[in-house]
Design a protein around this ligand. Structure first.
Ligand code: UD1
Length: 357
């Protein structure tokens, strides 16, 4: 069975690592080609993930780089079509919800190649998010749906997809998390953190970071209600550009470059709490039982709130202050871990592919 696996952006790399490892157990069955679209290209956004997670070098890098949504999506489609015409697989596997996911799913389907989507069926309900559009379009043309939760499977059925194509396999990001726990690496910033307690901050969504005033308000609200705690902020390149125009009143922020995976999970695991607008981090926080505040109005991962350690703040800064005080005062909810977030998701996917031949 010829497979083409697609990865383009940082969260994709975390999701394909366990899949590549599980597939490599069946080299006599699967002929696998790994395509990197080049959506992310900085060392800390891409190659450090390949090295640390032992992902094989991509068979090809389409080197599309940055651009507007239309430019990036179109460039990926043009180059991925050439790739598929030269190396036609039986199945293309896409993961997550980034522009590479959408572009490669459409390209494959238009060439009559089947598409599998890992992390299918999650929905924020917020159509203004580019990722929500990517999820909806990808799932509308997917043949094999691999879902993280029962709710995601139910969502796909509500959208009219056939039950026989939907496989609840669990959360593949957690495969990588659990596999990596013994190998975490202390980031250099600990020479400054020392024994201090700290919060981990990550913000990169356009709605939070593209307007410098909004970003300033959020950071100053965090500072107000967490005095005495350091705030360690690995800064996404998108946020870095805006940060230069932001006036932060607190001395307690440590702004650092994006971290590699093993560094970042080390940072999260040892933090008092997290403020983020990432979806993947809310899942990792849940499994690590770290209190987490999400600076978004919606989440496509509601189980991180109903079961896990996450709380949805939206843009209400008073709520942010109040919930941060709860974290600082060690007054956080009891939480648990959703079903099948157990480190075995990639094996389940591979077993399904083996049975589908
Ligand atoms: C993308 C995903 C988002 C995901 C995030 C994780 C889409 C629509 N969005 O957002 O869902 O949460 O990745 O990081 O696919 N840049 C660099 N170096 C890089 C990559 C990006 O400097 O290696 C800068 C460029 O200025 C670029 C900007 O970051 O224009 C945004 O990159 P892009 O890939 O368009 O989206 P992300 O914000 O990273």
């Amino acid at each position: 069975m010829k497979l083409t696996i697609v990865a383009g952006a940082r969260p994709n790399f975390v999701k394909i690592a366990p899949l590549m490892r599980a597939l490599s157990q069946y080299n006599e069955v699967f002929n696998t080609r790994l395509v990197h679209t080049g959506q992310h290209y900085d060392k800390n956004m891409s190659s450090s993930f390949f090295q640390e997670l032992n992902i094989p070098n991509p068979d090809i890098n389409l080197e599309v780089g940055s651009g507007t949504h239309a430019e990036q999506t179109a460039n990926i489609m043009i180059k991925f079509e050439r790739e598929l015409l030269e190396n036609r697989p039986d199945l293309v596997i896409v993961v997550g919800d980034v522009n590479s996911t959408l572009a490669c799913a459409i390209t494959a389907k238009k060439l009559g190649i089947k598409v599998a989507h890992v992390e299918a069926g999650i929905r924020s309900g917020d159509i203004l998010m580019p990722e929500e559009i990517n999820r909806l379009v990808t799932d509308s043309i997917t043949d094999y749906f691999f879902t993280t939760t029962v709710q995601a499977s139910e969502q796909l059925k509500r959208e009219g997809h056939s039950e026989k194509d939907i496989y609840f396999v669990g959360n593949i990001m957690i495969d990588t998390l659990l596999y990596s726990m013994q190998n975490l690496k202390k980031p250099d910033v600990f020479s400054e953190i020392g024994d201090h307690s700290y919060l981990t901050i990550t913000l990169h969504r356009p709605s939070n970071v593209d307007n410098p005033e909004k970003l300033e308000e959020i950071l100053n609200a965090i500072a107000d209600s967490s005095k005495g705690l350091l705030k360690v902020f690995p800064v996404h390149p998108r946020t870095r550009k805006i940060l230069e125009r932001v006036n932060i009143k607190s001395e307690e922020f440590l702004f650092i470059d994006p971290l590699s995976y093993l560094n970042f999970i080390y940072l999260v695991k040892n933090s008092t709490g997290i403020v983020t607008d990432s979806g993947g981090i809310t899942e990792e926080a849940t499994v690590l039982f770290i209190p987490c505040l999400t600076m978004r109005n919606t989440t496509e991962r509601p189980e991180t709130v109903t079961i896990g350690s996450n709380y949805l703040i939206g843009s209400d800064l008073d709520l942010l202050r109040s919930k941060l005080s709860d974290i600082v005062n060690n007054n956080w909810k009891e939480s648990g871990i959703p079903d099948l977030w157990d480190g075995k998701t990639a094996n389940r996917i591979v077993n399904i592919l083996l049975n589908s031949r």
